[in-house]
Design a protein around this ligand. Sequence first.
Ligand SMILES: Cc1ncc(COP(=O)(O)O)c(C=O)c1O
Length: 416
Amino acid sequence: MAFAQDLDKKDPLKEYRERFHYPQINGKDVIYFTGNSLGLQPKIAKSYVDEIMKDWADLAVEGHFFAEKPWWDYHERLAKPLAKVVGARPAEVSVMNTLSVNLHFLMVSFYRPNQKRFKIICEEKAFPSDQYMLQSQVRFHGFAPAEAIIEVKKREGEHFWRTEDVISKINEVGDELALVLIGGVNYYNGQVFDMAPITKSGKDVGAFVGWDLAHAVGNVKLKLHDWDVDFAAWCSYKYMNSGPGNASGIFVNEKYLNQKDIPRFEGWWGTKKESRFLMKPEFEPIDTADAWQVSNAPVLSLAPYLASLQLFEEVGMESLIAKQKVLTSYLEFILQEIDKEVDSTFEVITPRERGCQLSVFLHGEGRALFDYLMKNGVITDWREPNVIRLAPAPFYCSFEDMYNFGQILKQGILSK
Ligand SMILES: Cc1ncc(COP(=O)(O)O)c(C=O)c1O
């Protein structure tokens, strides 16, 4: 305990713990491990939402142009801080819709199959929404999912994907490959895919390469521009702490910006601001990723996202990642220590290439242990058959939380 407290004292991010709201269980702040699902609410989020509500009350339609942060270009405020988080140029980033919707929209531009080149490579057991999205896109273009979607498998007896297997699959499919679309961090095992070489290999065989960054954004180092990724999308409610079901971000490589003839589903919020209200019939794409915006921006949901980005601006990804590495390693150490004291065995199935998340097989334990943890103030999640996912987000989780979690885990097992 003293060791954990000492690490907390030395933690340069320790004051950020106070900047979030915590659910209470048994009168105490919970130990929150589900930042990979829904991040905690930053305390400043409410004031950003209240500001919009007040402007709406006071100004009504005039708020579009005369609010303190005018609504018609409100979304533009998010691009610069977000670009830093994902390693992009601000022009390459926009915020709109929700994640699965954006992946569909981006596939309009980046999945352009023909009879020869129509195959898609993804990881086996991709997040279900991605599977449905890919299958429906393939069918929409008149191909059969079983033929067009190639899943990269893990090796027998292994819990992770090997980069060389992804790359050799890309080379094998070669000139039939239209698109590589993989989750940058896998939702189940927490693995960070080696995005730079995979992107390069996909592009070397002439395919487009996109990434679903739901579990990567705000969690791991991203350099989308330098890696020459074609497109990416992410949700904002996990490590980005923007609120339930909130808006998604997109990345479109700058080489596709400012193109009139790129296939794209268009709407009035993607046309140039200067001429938008002339209500002309021709679409003139904005010269940033905003050209992919279809509808006017959902300002009320962008407000908490902007608030959260302010915290990312203050802290920077470098220091979040630096803390995350130590915090997650400390959690792993705690698990190893408790493992020695109980009969059950914990198998961390997350490989070394990881962000916050540790996915742990609880051999010898069942759902009852998960229920015990929840009742005793540990919010985590359970995936069949008996895996718990623990994602200590560095913004608001402490080393003492990890220690206390270990004690509760031990009690839960010993009290069976
Ligand atoms: C990897 C991944 N892809 C896609 C989604 C779907 O997100 P949305 O419901 O915002 O479209 C999620 C949601 O958790 C996810 O984890």
